[in-house]
Ligand binder design. Sequence first.
Ligand code: NAD
Length: 491
Amino acid sequence: MQAKQSDLSQFALKDLPVTSYIDGAFIMETGTGWHPTYDPASGEVLTSIAIADEAIVDAAVDSSARALKVWRAMLPAERARALMRVAQLIRRDAEYLAKVESLDSGKPLREAKGDIETSARYFEYYAGVADKFEGTSIPLGPNFMSFTVREAVGVTAHIIPWNFPLVTTARGVAPALAAGCTAVVKPAEQTPLSALLLGPLMEEAGIPRGVYNVVTGPGSTTGSPLVSHSKVAHVTFTGSVSTGKRVMHSAADHVASVTLELGGKSPIVVLGDSDLDAAAEGVMKAIFMNAGQVCSCGSRLIVEKSIAPALLDKVIASAKAMKGGRGIDNPELGPLISDRQLATVASYVQKGRERGLEALCGGDFMNVPGLEGGYFYQPTLLMCPDASDPVVQEEIFGPVLAVQVAQDFDEVMALANGTDFGLVAGIYSKDASKGLRFARDVDAGQVFINQYFAGGVETPFGGTRNSGFGREKGLAALQNYSRLKTITSKI
Ligand code: NAD
């Protein structure tokens, strides 16, 4: 299907693009067939997207390789202005994009609106650095002149998950383009729409054709040939640990660099001296935003024993009061992305209860009147006295909070560092020294003190151990997309 015009406010929902976007157009070829996407709130088919095969992926990468020359030939200041215009156009169409994102992913509309604004902000932020890629001079004495220049790595591939479709796309593509790279994006097969809709906006902003291409389809048919492609110089992947490892193997075959953002099992710590209302509010947001389908969600509450009953009373009362609903109706809790994800979450809870874990609240499917086919799960708190339990150790990716009670600060630290993940860690305490000791000793890529999810597009983000490696966001992300060349001359 052909997208008719670039002004998104003109699109009707039924007119959404469903084929890959290559060289500035939604292509006619449909590859190996169609893949249905579902409205997570009802379980009904939303649309079907074309499954790009190897030939289409090849065409997208070739287009991005050709566009490299054009993009690099533009003055850095011109590139910066074009990226700034992308930010402006995303903001112009924010209302529409947010509705599409909410419909596609099931997330509450206010969260989708926040995502769209953050996506615009990525382009704005990296537009500001597109003309500031400076090298350094190296003193070698009077007979030599030596300096470094920063070069774009080339064609970059971006494998996007379904939990933050446009934000994750913008998070990788904006710094890549700012560095002078081109990008081929493969959105998740569950949520392809917003990345496709960004295509015409890129063109309207003056980004040359081929600088931003999108291939649609599942990982096995479309993602795999993209990350294996010999002309791809860097792969930015966000998703599961197992797929991340596979992607890394494929990239290794042609010696491409990778950034892996693989989720976590992040602790949110509440010490006995903390402001309990602020902490309870923080815990609610940490685990129930996007129905817990957040790589950096605080999915383990580690609470000091002295205040555990008081804190849990507050969190349980708030969790029980949450109402589910369709994303675009802005409910407190949206559905999970798919029946598969719903089954995964339900299975973790059911097996946990069979092992004797106590459900402090929730623990079952959520019935939302009128949306009986939707993928809803109750906000759930499971008391986990055994730190080796799978509910504590494994990423569930749903509205399920593992509760761990610690006797003192030493036990807090041991529990916080007690999984194979290291994405983020949060702590609530009025004692600044304890907050900083926690930050020093916890094994995580970023630490939030007294506000979970603190930070923004400016703050570097990435993991340790099974959470992956490499940093996105902030100036640090530019390292992924540029490399140094050292030039030394005898004079
Ligand atoms: P996944 O890792 O399989 O999918 C993520 C992306 O990778 C999708 O675009 C998918 O099409 C693509 N992909 C899959 N196989 C590929 C391959 N061989 N080559 C290239 N690309 C490939 O994740 P999933 O199956 O959608 O979800 C499973 C679990 O992953 C979730 O329960 C959750 O724990 C985790 N997850 C984490 C994040 C995160 O933000 N870190 C996001 C989504 C899912």
